[in-house]
Ligand binder design. Sequence first.
Ligand SMILES: [Zn+2]
Ligand SMILES: [Zn+2]
Length: 422
Amino acid sequence: MAASDRSDPVLGSLDGIVSDLEGFYKDIHAHPELSMQEERTSAKAAERLEAAGFEVTRGVGKTGVVGLLQNGEGPTVMLRADMDALPVKEDTGLPYASEATATDREGNEVPVMHACGHDMHTACLAGVAALLARATDAWSGTLMAVFQPAEETAEGAQAMIDDGLFDRFPKPEVVLGQHVMPPPAGTISYRAGTTQAASDSLQIRMFGRGAHGSMPESSIDPVIMAAATVMRLQTIVSREIRATEAAVVTVGVLQAGTKENVIPDEAIIKMNVRTFDEEVRKKVLGAIERIVNAEADASDAPRRPEITPIDRYPLTVNDPDATGRVAEAFSSYFGHDRVEGLSAPVSASEDFGSFGTEWHTPSVFWYIGGTDPVAYDRAKQAGRVSQDIPTNHSPNFAPVIHPTLETGVGAMVVAARAWLSS
Ligand SMILES: [Zn+2]
Ligand SMILES: [Zn+2]
């Protein structure tokens, strides 16, 4: 950490709360909860805010929590952490690894793991709230701590907005958030402008006519229809998108049939699209619809395919001025060697952007590293970062607690104080 740490009026007290925060982090890591089921996590977050003196509102968008700390004149700054975990079976071997299971919406018993680091975001925001509440002489304004449910299903931000977030709480001058990622722990990266992709997930149901496998002339084979569709969908990016633009089209599910000699009567495709520009997004979605319908026509399908959205994440766009302010604050506190400006957006997606976009207020979202720097360096030397370093959503993904926790708390305090400093 920077030498200035102990003299900082807010972060000078960080050492004193780190072991408590570590305990909180391990506790939520070991007790992960699926999207929209974050009852225990949100209760713990709310208790911590209350203990720090925040005025707390629970149940905003089902399990969301909003804490307000008014501290004199000045801007309102919203800090957001997401709380949900994923249906993944943890394989980290950590002493505090999750063994939890839960019932998903389809009624299936599934393993649950904090495979995206939202437990780290939650612990960091709890720490930020505690530190700023102790050091009210060092800042003025209103701090708004938001613990959001269901980021992984693209529902949580919208659920809080639909539950009156904008009417029930003061409009912030800036909305700030962060995400732990695979780079080395202790580092921070950011990008002005578009910083994460838009994501659209679709289900496509294609209809044929079932028949005996020995009599294809009686069928309209949805397996061929779907197979041809999958291949043709891969020409969207290669043949319809300009070389300087980017998009990802992934078919993750292709399902049809039950038995080798039965031609089924329908096929299911589930796919995901990532784009970095609204025009490109519209173009890709339009091309998908065109190709799916045309392939159904080519097979003489008895019904038009059904295209149903599964979920949608907006583009995450960082306000350039606000990002500049945050970046300057990061560099002066952490030093230039720990802070990196990214030349390109990351292909992951987030619903964080909805808060700023829909509230018409600037927002900034940055990334903190979570991998043991020694392991990361070794993988980098061997040219094996993508093979050897677990990514978010992997059963092996778990940030090293130190200095990830200190960096996440520090980054949020520093960014918030770029507005709240008296
Ligand atoms: Zn995730
Ligand atoms: Zn995440």
